[in-house]
Design a protein. Structure first.
Length: 139
C-alpha cells in the first residue's frame, strides 16, 4: 500500500538514453519522483538505493537482460510492492506471457505513448494496487 501523500517513485531502465530522458521529463511533469538507469547494472544499483514504487523496464539491454531484473525484483524485493512495467520492442505473445509469468505486472510494446505509460504507472501504484493480466486469467 502506498502513501498517497508522497510522490510515487519510478525507476526508468533502458539503454536508449534519449528515450529515458524523454520519459523522465514526462513522468516528472506528471508528478512522479523519477530515477533513471541506462542498463541492467545501473538498475540493480538503483533498486538497492531507491526502493521504487514502479519500474519501467526494457528487456533487451547489452549488459544484463531485463528478464533477470524482473526475477531480481520478485525474488529479492518481496517485501516491497514494486510494480514492474515492461516496455520493449519484443511484440510476440510468447515473450509477453513469459515476462508476465516471471512477475511483470504489465507488458507494453514500443513505441508507446508516454500518456499510456503514465496511466499504467498510476494504475499499478494507486491505493488499490491494480491487477495484472494474469490475475484475471481463468485456468
Amino acid at each position: 500500500m502506498y502513501n498517497e501523500l508522497e510522490p510515487k517513485r519510478v525507476l526508468v531502465v533502458d539503454d536508449d538514453r534519449d528515450f529515458v530522458q524523454t520519459l523522465e521529463l514526462y513522468l516528472k511533469y506528471a508528478g512522479y519522483e523519477v530515477t533513471c538507469a541506462y542498463g541492467g547494472i545501473g538498475a540493480l544499483e538503483e533498486l538497492r538505493i531507491t526502493n521504487p514504487n514502479a519500474v519501467i523496464l526494457d528487456i533487451m539491454m547489452p549488459d544484463i537482460d531485463g528478464r533477470k531484473i524482473v526475477r531480481y525484483i520478485r525474488e529479492k524485493m518481496k517485501d516491497y510492492d514494486t510494480a514492474v512495467i515492461v516496455l520493449s520492442a519484443l511484440s510476440d505473445q510468447n515473450s509477453r506471457m513469459d515476462l508476465l509469468m516471471e512477475g511483470a505486472n504489465e507488458f507494453l510494446t514500443k513505441p508507446c505513448d508516454p500518456q499510456r505509460i503514465s496511466a499504467t504507472v498510476e494504475q499499478f501504484t494507486s491505493a488499490d494496487g491494480g491487477s495484472t493480466f494474469l490475475d484475471s486469467y481463468v485456468y
